[in-house]
Design a protein around this ligand. Sequence first.
Ligand code: HEM
Length: 249
Amino acid sequence: MMRVGCLASSSKFNQQRDIKNRIWKYLPTKRNRRIKAIDREVNRSVRSIIDNRLKAMKAGEGNYHDLLVIILESNIKEVEQRQNKTYGMTINEVIEEHQEWQSCVREEVLNIFRDKDINVDGLNHLKVVTMIFYEVLRLYPPVAGVPRRVEKDMTLGGFSLPSRIQIGLPIMLIHYDEQLWGNDAKKFNPGRFSEGISKATKNQVIYFPFGWGPRICIGQNFALLEAKTVLAKILQRFSFEFSPSYVHV
Ligand code: HEM
C-alpha cells in the first residue's frame, strides 16, 4: 500500500520555514491544542463509522458498495491470506490513506500563503501541488489521445506508414503502461514526480498530457497556474472527503 511522505522543500528559504513550522507545531498554543482536539474528534468519528461498518460486514448486514468497504474487504482478505495481523492496513492507515496527500498539500499551501491572497511567486514554490497535478494529468488526461496525418511514406519504429493515413497517439494508454511506469502505473502516486518529469519518465517521451513537439499546447503553463490558484484557494478554506456513496472505477 502506498505510503505518502511529505517532501522536504528544496530551497534554503523553504528549509528554514520548515524547521520553524515543525517546532511551532509542538508548542501548546491555543491553536495547536484546538488542532489536536479536532484531530482526535475526527479520528474518533471516522473510527466509529469503520467499526460499525465492520460489525455490519461480519453480521452479513447491509449492502454497501463504497470505497470504504472495498478497502476494508481487501484488508481483511490480506490479513486472512497471510494469517498474520501485522499484514494489511491498520484502521488508522485506512483513515489516513484518504487524507495524507490532502494534508500534505494543505500544509504546503498554508505554509506558503497562510490565509493571505494567492500570488505568482508563492505559486511557483508549490512543489507537492505540482506533483499532484502531474499525477492527475497522467491518470486522467483531459485529452486522451492526439491524431497525426502521415505526409509521406515512411518507416517508424518498424512500421511502414503509407502517406495520407492517420495515426493516433494514445496518451492515456501510454500513461497507464506498466512496462513504462512500473507495477504501480495504475495507482495514484504523485511521489513519482518528486524529482520532476524527466526523472519520473527516465527521459522517455511517455508522458505528454499537453502533447509534444512543435504542436505542444501553448496554454499549458497558463492551465497549470490557473489550476494551482484554484486548488490553493480551495485548500485554504475547505477540505475534501469521499461521499459515502462514492465508488472508484
Ligand atoms: C489541462 C488543460 C489543457 C490540456 C490537457 C491541453 C492539451 C493540449 C494538447 C494535448 C494539445 C496538442 C494537440 C495536438 O498535438 O494535436 C494542445 C494544443 C493546444 N492547446 Fe492546450 N490544453 C490545455 C489547456 C489549454 C489552454 C488553457 C489553452 C489556451 C489558453 C490551450 C491552447 C492550446 C492551443 C492553441 C493548442 C494548439 C497549439 C498548436 O497546434 O500549435 N490549451 N493542448
